[in-house]
Write a protein that binds this ligand. Sequence first.
Ligand SMILES: [Zn+2]
Length: 887
Amino acid sequence: MMRHLLGAFFGLVLLSAPVMAQSSPLTGRYDPAIPTAQTALGHEFGAEITPPDRAIAYLHALQAAAPDRVRVVEYATSWEGRTLAYAIIANADTMQRLDAIQADLQRLADPRGLDADARDRLIASTPAVVWLSYGVHGDEISSTDAGLRTAYHLLASRNDAGVDRILDQTIIIIDPVQNPDGRARFLNSFTAARGLRPDENRFTAEHDQPWPGGRVNHYLFDMNRDWFAMTQPETRGRVAAMLDWRPVVVVDAHEMGGDSSYFFAPSAEPFNPNVVQSQRDAQDLIGRNHARWFDRLGYDYFTREVFDAFYPGYGDMWPTLQGAVAMTYEQASARGLVWRRRDASLLSYGDAVEHHYVASLSTAEVVAANRERFVRDFAEFRASAANDTSGPQSVLLDLGSNRWGAERLARSLVAQGIEVGRVDGPVSACGARFADGAFEVRFNQPAGRLARTLLEDTTELPADFMREQESRRARGLGAELYDVTAWSLPLMHNVHAVSCSRSAGLASEAVAADDAIASSGSNDGAAWGYAIAWEDAGQARLVAALVAAGVPARTSDVAFRIGDRTFPRGSVVVPRHGAPANLDSLISRLGSEIGASYVGLDSSWVDEGPNPGSENFMDVPAPRIAMLWDDGTDANSAGPTRYVLEQRYGIPVSVIRAASLGRADLSLFDVLILPEQGRSGYSSVLGSSGSAQLTRFVRAGGVLVGLGDATRWMADPDVALVPARRERAADTARPAAVQDEAVVDAVVLASADELDAVQAEQGAMPAYSPGALLHVEANPDAWMSAGYSGGAAVLVTGSDIYAPISRDEADTAMRFAGPDTLVAGGYMWAESAAQIAFKPFLISNSMGAGQVIAFTQAPTTRAYLEGLDLLLLNAVLLGPAHSRGMR
Ligand SMILES: [Zn+2]
């Protein structure tokens, strides 16, 4: 009933719209054989928010009605079991030749060995692929219905020369629901809050989503940051699909705040230096066509002011670095069916759908009219990358310090279309020695620009842009950086990489993305049991799997040597005595599944260091882990942290709503993780009873792990879980003692500089850092730093800098490097870098029978700092071994 009435309401709105010009995409003449939204979905386009499964069902209905012109391809399954699919739309002739065209697209994408004539013939004959993707943020709702409407219009239009040209010249790929789990979550809360009529008031429950909101997927990832990290199945499916189709134009359609209008290309500064001029020119061409349509139809829009093209994890930047012209479009969101703007006007869901639909069609129109230009620019981008001889020519990735991490990094590069070779035998190259099996990534390949930006320490920001940012900071304005400035994958994976000015010319064998990681170990000579060296996160994963299977394990803070093999501190021994009878088959199976190594021990005799029977070895239990969840926590920290432990290391995490902590029985857990704080922070959600409860948990033998700004709360003097204090900015004036007097003492100013100094904020915190990679170094005496003798790189964002902590108060397990070696990648304001040098990154402190571990910067951000995974595993696997609670 309610639905029926609403449909009628919006039908009236559409009918009363002004009559458009004959060529308007809003007044098509349609083939009744193609199912409309009304017949297939039960509502007109834009009258209701189509659920994700219904959107996919609509694509199938279109295919059933026009099998000669549309094909639906399912490309991934979400964590919650929902199907992700795209529709391929073209004319019947193109559809019949689809396999051959796909092969031609791959030839253009890898033009090596293709002579000029053959290339010109391909450019002249190959349709351009236009990729239209919608709703990667699940609560940015209108784009999905716009995608469906675009598909309908292309298939149902009759005698429309514009549509005919699009179908003749292009292949349109429509991915209407990039984040079905998030969209379903939004629709659940929206639908549950609905009443008799749609509410336009922004503060009502319809528009006000409960934690975590629909933006993110099941594990609470912002998938518009995940493209090169590819942690999520939805992203991996899309990356593979784009490599299958080699689009020349990609649209990623979003929504922004409801008081805004519409944003389309050109993008804002700064541009990634690997973006080429033809891509920028094409953005301009497309933007101007949108402007033509939007002006004619009376839609407001803006360009260039926000949404930069620098960070390669965006859904527009990753395809750009593969050679496409890729753009973000943003529509003001009704975040429901209707929204009252601050200027009192009403924004309807139907308006939003219409704007995205027109922009989608306008994009296809430009490509159809300029097909050869787009295809040639794409082929030229790929060819020029393959022939590029400027700058460094390759990177070598060493297996010596973090074998498992390097193996995973190599496969991740291959999965996104970057060629990686495995070097045969130990070699000396580029001024360094490499162990057997090192990886070489050459930049003179078609995906070379993506490879460069992902593998170099720093992607240069334009000098004039940085000058402007420093000038803004001097004037007390924020920096115009939309995301982090550093993403170097070798640094983030803690893999030693050497950049070569020329190609090393090494013989190598191509790596495949699904190659198994080699395992080494034998069941022979294992009469007593096994030893597992604590060298990388793969080794820790093997230990986690063994203890989960009921295998006893012991760890030592002291290195030990057996024969000629030295096991570093943290290493684990597995005694056969007390282990399940199938220990041998279990360890070989797990070792080869994971790609981890183990060594058989005939005896517990050691040649140097403690024996496994010494009290220097501590039992490693299968950890029972809980984590705070829901309001009070930051979804972008809680979700990825759970993902890392569960999906990458197979360790289950129980999540407890922060507001329910008071009635939780924490004695059931060994470890409690506090992710970063949400907008309502821990002091308001947990309060003093929560901090008292956590103190009792630790004193009784629990391990409390705080991530990022959870440390702020743990360090609060009223909470006192960790003896740390944040620093004010160096050189800032302290707050005046008396702030609330009506009159103040006079100051005499002799210069404008003195005025600036007085106007600068008193007692200010250090400048906000958008995100740079900084080196950290291990304290060799702290068990929490096991496995990190070579240090690591940490992503530093925000303004938290902690003062040094005295040794008798807590261990600083890892600290930031000194100023000369501090910045590993990206941009850090000079005064912030100077202040953070030598300061704590990782604090560990025993309290009662338990442990408190505080990361001053989050190690699980976007789950893409894989090089810090072993630190988190130290906390959750080795932490309980260091507690003395009764079990
Ligand atoms: Zn978005």
